[in-house]
Design a protein around this ligand. Structure first.
Ligand SMILES: [Zn+2]
Length: 83
């Protein structure tokens, strides 16, 4: 009995780290990363890798003509007509 009490005291004191239910590579690690660059239609977009400005633009991605780096196309800010 004395051992069980001692163990609970050690755990309560915080000396032994309790297992984290959320993996460290979850949302916390994702939020530490900077936001990925986006391709902005209608603007001059420099490739973050090679600096070129030529792009093969698709519906959701744009691919650099120089190095093939894909970027997500930024969503258009056109307001939708409200009913
Ligand atoms: Zn490039």
């Amino acid at each position: 009995m004395a051992r069980r009490v001692a163990l609970s005291l050690v755990l309560a004191s915080g000396l032994v780290p309790s297992p984290d239910p959320v993996p460290s590579y979850g949302a916390r690690a994702r939020s530490d990363r900077p936001a990925p660059p986006l391709y902005h239609p209608g603007e001059v977009n420099h490739c973050p890798t090679c600096g070129q400005t030529g792009w093969l633009v698709g519906r959701v991605t744009a691919e650099c003509n120089g190095c093939g780096m894909p970027l997500a196309v930024a969503p258009r800010a056109s307001p939708r007509p409200t009913p």
